[in-house]
Write a protein that binds this ligand. Structure first.
Ligand code: IPM
Ligand code: MG
Length: 357
């Protein structure tokens, strides 16, 4: 088969880690008989520097014309003082919106080989966990009305959270469908003791649940969820939550796996086109030094093969290669922990994965 993949390398370590994932896709292509055509396009700080805007229209068009999008990371201190509508993050939000990617899947599991890197108590790490956060991605407070105004105490700012029944229904369905392919358990996270959007969220998720009698559903308040994630992460299978809560909880979930450098993500909409990216950022402190961990981006390419191209064997092959490399004891600096030995560079780690494929 032939596939068109848009590459948004972005800023900081983005170009290095996307190059690694491209090599992995090419290797998969050679082994399984596919051809990948890559179209590189600018977004984030590099687009601001080259074209004056974080998300050029041409980038949106290139992504829309592709089968899927692979993204590195955007942002960095250089662009931090720009006004909100010119910040690199605007590119991410704009792409999610323009491509209609309302679902964000963020799996977090602990690798056997990396239990010693887990920051939780050893008995909790030993029990293991394997969960996926289904985060709503194009609604809520991220996209609500916001502004500045004169308030009771003088000048003030506001952001608003709004959720329609339709938006909650469709993300709830994704969560239940995801659970059906896993351990059939959904925890819906909200703040229904305070927020009206959360009460609508809860009502709607329960209504959708009636179509999935084989899946167990429970509710959890977000503050409690933040605590349970570090107390007993093994109790979670599928977590479904709003844009903002999902943003926060997914960073927490990534940390307890031992390294944010290992976690991929998929953003999906109605069709098969998606956007795949590591959940970590652009790490400007190590950019250009060949020290980044490419595994989260390589695993994002595996998710691309699985979800957008329906290439299950190819996706399994990449994931098993990463597993094997970790079992063999190979580590980049971020997952070396207190171990003996030398950390691999980004390109060396990529080589190890290519050899395994
Ligand atoms: C993420 C990031 C983004 C978000 C930022 C960079 C806009 O934190 O993908 O989790 O908040 O969604
Ligand atoms: Mg985040």
């Amino acid at each position: 088969m032939e596939y068109n993949i848009a590459l948004v390398k972005g800023d900081g370590i983005g170009p290095e880690i996307v190059d690694s994932a491209v090599q992995v896709l090419e290797k998969i292509g050679a082994r399984f008989g596919h051809r990948f055509h890559f179209a590189e396009t600018l977004a984030g700080g590099c687009a601001i520097d080259a074209l004056g805007v974080p998300l050029p229209e041409e980038t949106v068009q290139t992504c829309l014309a592709s089968d899927s999008v692979l993204l590195g990371a955007v942002g960095g201190p250089k662009w931090d003082s720009l006004p909100a509508n010119l910040r690199p993050e605007k590119a991410l939000l704009g792409l999610r919106h323009a491509l209609g990617l309302y679902t964000n899947l963020r799996p977090a599991k602990i690798y056997d080989a990396l239990r010693d890197a887990c920051t939780l108590r050893p008995d909790i790490a030993a029990r293991g966990f394997d969960l996926v956060i289904v985060r709503e991605l194009t609604g809520g407070i991220y996209f609500g009305e916001r502004g500045r105004r004169e308030g009771k105490f003088g000048p003030e700012a506001y952001d608003t959270e709004a959720y329609s029944v339709m938006e909650v229904e469709r993300i709830a369905r994704v969560a239940f469908e995801t659970a059906r392919k896993r351990r059939k358990n959904v925890v819906s996270i909200d703040k229904a003791n305070v927020l009206e959007t959360s009460r609508l969220w809860r009502e709607t998720v329960h209504r959708v649940a009636q179509d999935y009698p084989d899946v167990e559903l429970s509710d959890m308040l977000v503050d409690n969820a933040a605590m349970q994630l570090v107390r007993d992460p093994g109790r979670f299978d599928v977590v479904v939550t709003s844009n903002m809560f999902g943003d926060i909880l997914s960073d927490e979930a990534s940390q307890i796996t031992g390294s944010i450098g290992l976690l991929p993500s998929a953003s999906l909409g109605e069709g098969s086109r998606g956007m795949y990216e590591p959940i970590h950022g652009s790490a400007p402190d190590i950019a250009g030094q060949n020290r980044a961990n490419p595994l989260a981006t390589i695993l994002s390419a595996a998710m691309l093969l699985r979800y957008s191209l329906s290439r299950t064997a190819e996706a399994d092959c990449v994931e098993q290669a990463v597993d094997a490399v970790l079992k063999d004891g190979w580590r980049t600096a971020d997952i070396l922990g207190g171990r003996e030995g030398r950390a691999l560079s980004c390109t060396e780690m990529t080589e190890k994965v290519l050899e395994r494929i």
